[in-house]
Each structure stands twice: as structure tokens, then as C-alpha cells.
Ligand binder design. Structure first.
Ligand code: SF4
Length: 503
């Protein structure tokens, strides 16, 4: 059996990662019409491969919300789509458009503008739709997206379609009102507050109706679900089944983030979030033949840049106030940059097919030995789909699972910055210990470079640092290391016991 990620990538005309965890895996999307491939090819949230190459931004124009979720405190970002953290500025539509133009000119790989809060965008329809209207007129090369809890969605589907919005995210945490009553204390519906099971019933009905209406109009719908252990964990398999049957394009199961300091009900009540293993297992269980999203970063409602980074501070209103961007010129420059990115992706796919190594061939050469076990590997990358980051400069690691069937993206793990390149290095031990804990379960960490001290501590913890594959495409490198481990006889063991490899 071949490693799908490499074999399929070479032959996938619409591009995109072919790993099974990918939002746009070539094998999984081969059945899609070219028009849909075109919609997701440079969308960092709808395509796992695209997120290595393209950036997104959110503008925070929607302060109000029409429901209450137990995981949300609107002093912070909307939990539908964000990690905790206050929105720095709520913008008017005009300010938002100015900011988008400034970012698009400065970060030409930014292809997607989303409105995701800090409240619910469709609970603020005038502000949200006016922003989209101005952007579709003034910046036609930017894809427009909206995220919503779905309560007001059915009434606004036609308006959404008028503004050429091709991607919508609905947060659906349940399809059973009894489960919903444990997540939503109230909704605001027809000018009054509705509580308990009835509130969840109305919300679920509106979400499902909105999903059906969007799908009928050809809009790509991503469904976000927050995994809340003990509340909806098992139930999300049913959610996945239902939304898939109704035509949702992608399902994104995200971990609950609940800390007492966020001031949310769940945070205060000590409701825990899922472990990495619980999240991964549930994503696998929901996957079936539906595309699952595993690269979502639960971004702030005012996030700017590549997924996993936030450059919002560079584009505050005071910093862009005096800017007068020639958007026609910016658009030409953006088109050049996008063409260069696509050329680079094509070259990467070609290289992948040339360097592809069939694990099946390896297993054929080892008939007397047991089936090799899968291995988790952590990768430090700054983007571009290659291993190009120093271990000590990583703020997150991408985690891949290599097996005889596949190289698949599992998710990301955030870490504190270990090394800022100056005198703080001496204080790095505790940060490093935390990083090693975060990388629990990974047997290899691939990075462009790594210092002597972290190298030793990683090895002592049973994680092999590997800097030999710097600047190589990630999946190729993971496949190559897996093959090396197999050749060294390290994959026969049932667990990930410490092993030594050249690195
Ligand atoms: S929150 Fe998830 S879906 Fe939204 S921009 Fe970030 S990665 Fe994309």
C-alpha cells in the first residue's frame, strides 16, 4: 500500500493536501466539481494544504449576540470561533474595509476575510452585510466568509448570497434539545428571551434550516462543533452524521477552552476541555467519508495573518489611519504573489511524487516481521508546507501520524516560545519542560535547527529531534523518517519506546 498523501498529491489536479486529515485531501475531494475545488484551493480554513500557504483575517464588526453559550463570555472573543482574548477594537464597516484593504496590500497571501464576532455576525446584520457589500465592491479578489450560531441564518440566507459569500460556518454543537439545554441557557428569539429545552429546540431548528438553505444555493458550509466532555462528546458523532447528510462540506470538531479566568459558566464550574487523545479519537470517529478539519486554530475575532499567527497589532486603526492604498496596484501584486505560491505548490507536489517511497515495498521486504505501528511526529514550520523553523522559535507544532496507509495531519499543539534569541535562553528550562509535556505521544520532532540543550532533553524524554529534513515538504519528510524508522527496526514494537536514530 502506498502513502496516500504523496501518491495522490501528485495526481490531484485541484491541488491540496491529500492526507486524510486534510480539509481538501485530493483523494477525498476527487469527486468534487472543479468549481468547488477552485473555491477551496486558496482558502486556508477549508483546505489544510492551503493553510500552509495562504492567510486569513477576521474583522470584529459584530459586537452583539442573540444566544448565550456556556463556554462564552463576550468580554472575550465569541467562543464559536475564537480562543479567549479580548477583541482589541470593534470596528465600523468603514473602518473594517479600510483595515482589510491595508492588510490585503501588506500581506498579499491573505485571501480570505471572515466576520466571526466578537458576537454573532448575523445578530448584527446591518454592520455585517454593509462590510461585505463594500468589500465585494472594493476588493473583489478577497473571498468573503461569515461564521454564525445559526439562529438568524434562515432569514438572511438570501442577503448572504447577494454579497457573493461562498463560505459559511455554522456552529452546531448538538441536534438534540436535551443536549442543547446543557450548552445554551437562553436565546433571544422574537423579541423575548427563551430558556431551557425550548431555546435549544428553536436554535437547532434554525441551524438545520439554514444549513439546508445554504447547501441548496451552492454555498460551501463548514460546521464547527465544540467538543465538551461529558456533555456532547458522544453526541457529536450524530451531529456529524446529520450535517453530512444535509450537505455540509466540512466538519470541524474543536476542543472546549474553559478556564476560570475567562469568566464563562463552564470555566467557573470547572468543566474540563478534552485531551488531545479524546479530540483526535472523536475526530476519527466523526470522519467516516466526510472531510474533517483538523487545522483550525480557534482564531480571535480580529485575527490577521497565517493560521497560528496574529499580526493584528500591525494594523490597528491608528497605524492605518493615514494610509491611502492604491488597491488596483495591490490587486495586481497580489495576483503575482498568488501565481508564485501556486507555482511553488505545484513544484512541491512534483518533488513529492519524485521522492515518494512506498511503505508497501518496505513491508514486502519484511514479511516475517509484524505490521509497523503508526508514529506521531511533531513539525516546526513557519508555513509554505515545508520544515523551516528552528525548534526554539516555534509557538506551535503541527502533529502528523505516519502509518503504512497514510501520512495524516492530526492537529496542532501550542507551546510557549522557548528561545527568543537573547538572554532569556537561560530561563528556558521550564518552558522546555512544558513543551516536552505538550509533545507527549510524539516520537520525533522535525525542525530546521535545534540547540544542544533542548536536543538532549527531548532525547531524554523519548522524543528524537531531527534536523535533517530542513526545507523539505512536510509530508515527504515525515514519510522518509517513518521509512528510516522501519528500516532500523523501530516500528516492530507495540509502543513508542525510546529509540535512537541519526538526526
Ligand atoms: S477560527 Fe478556524 S475557521 Fe476561523 S479563521 Fe481560524 S482557522 Fe479558520
Amino acid at each position: 500500500m502506498e502513502l496516500k498523501v504523496i501518491a495522490d498529491a501528485a495526481g490531484a489536479p485541484g491541488g491540496g493536501c491529500a492526507s486524510s486529515g486534510c480539509g481538501a485531501g485530493g483523494d477525498k475531494l476527487a469527486h468534487l466539481p472543479e468549481a468547488i475545488r477552485a473555491k477551496i484551493n486558496n482558502h486556508p480554513c477549508f483546505s489544510e494544504d492551503a493553510h500552509h500557504h495562504y492567510a486569513r483575517m477576521h474583522v470584529a464588526v459584530a459586537p452583539a449576540c442573540n444566544i448565550q453559550c456556556h463556554y462564552c463570555n463576550r468580554k472575550y472573543d465569541c467562543s464559536n470561533e475564537s480562543r479567549p482574548g479580548v477583541v482589541s477594537e470593534v470596528l465600523t464597516p468603514e473602518q473594517a474595509v479600510k483595515k482589510v484593504i491595508a492588510v490585503a496590500a501588506a500581506i498579499p497571501q491573505m485571501t480570505v476575510l471572515g466576520i466571526a464576532g466578537p458576537g454573532d455576525p448575523l445578530a448584527n446584520p446591518q454592520r455585517t452585510l454593509e462590510t461585505f457589500r463594500q468589500l465585494s465592491e472594493n476588493a473583489p479578489d478577497i473571498k468573503l466568509c461569515v461564521s454564525t450560531n445559526g439562529l438568524a441564518l434562515p432569514g438572511l440566507v438570501d442577503e448572504i448570497c447577494k454579497h457573493n459569500i461562498e463560505h459559511v460556518t455554522i456552529t452546531i454543537n448538538c441536534v438534540d434539545p436535551d443536549v442543547g439545554a446543557k450548552i445554551y441557557p437562553w436565546i433571544f428569539w422574537n423579541n423575548r428571551r427563551v430558556t431551557g429545552r425550548k431555546a435549544a429546540e428553536i436554535l437547532i431548528e434554525q441551524q438545520q434550516k439554514g444549513l439546508e438553505m445554504l447547501v441548496a444555493r451552492g454555498v460551501l458550509v463548514k460546521v464547527n462543533s465544540v467538543l465538551i466532555p461529558g456533555v456532547n462528546a458522544e453526541h457529536l458523532k450524530e451531529v456529524s452524521r446529520v450535517v453530512k447528510a444535509k450537505g455540509a462540506f466540512l466538519h470541524n470538531v474543536m476542543p472546549l477552552i474553559a478556564e476560570p479566568e475567562h469568566g464563562t459558566f463552564y470555566g467557573m464550574m470547572g468543566q474540563r476541555g478534552p485531551t488531545n487523545e479524546e479530540l483526535s479519537a472523536l475526530q476519527d470517529a466523526c470522519a467516516g467519508d466526510m472531510a474533517m478539519m483538523r487545522h483550525c486554530r480557534q482564531c480571535r475575532a480580529d485575527a490577521v495573518g497565517m493560521l497560528g499567527e496574529d499580526r493584528g497589532d500591525e494594523f490597528t486603526l491608528d497605524k492605518i489611519a493615514e494610509q491611502d492604498v492604491d488597491y488596483a496596484a495591490a490587486m495586481a501584486r497580489r495576483a503575482e504573489v498568488h501565481a508564485a505560491i501556486e507555482a511553488s505548490r505545484t513544484a512541491q507536489r512534483r518533488q513529492s511524487s519524485e521522492t515518494f517511497v512506498s511503505i508497501a515495498a518496505l513491508t514486502r521486504r519484511r514479511p516475517a516481521r509484524p505490521e509497523p505501528r503508526p508514529v506521531l511526529m511533531a513539525v516546526a514550520t513557519m508555513g509554505g508546507g515545508v520544515i523551516n523553523q528552528h525548534f526554539g522559535h516555534a509557538r506551535e507544532f503541527l502533529v502528523y501520524e505516519a502509518s503504512t496507509n497514510d501520512v495524516r495531519f492530526i492537529g496542532h499543539r501550542k507551546v510557549d516560545l522557548y528561545c527568543s534569541g537573547d538572554e532569556t535562553c537561560g530561563d528556558g528550562e521550564s518552558v522546555l519542560a512544558k513543551t516536552i509535556r505538550v509533545l507527549d505521544g510524539c516520537e520525533v520532532v522535525l525542525c530546521s535547527r535545534i540547540g544542544y540543550e533542548p536536543w538532549g532533553q527531548l532525547e531524554a524524554a523519548g522524543i528524537v529531534p531531527n534536523g535533517e529534513h530542513a526545507m523539505e515538504p512536510i509530508e515527504d519528510a515525515v514519510a522518509a523518517v517513518y521509512r528510516e524508522m522501519d528500516e532500523a527496526g523501530l516500528l516492530d514494537r507495540p509502543d513508542g519506546a525510546m529509540h535512537r536514530m541519526s538526526a
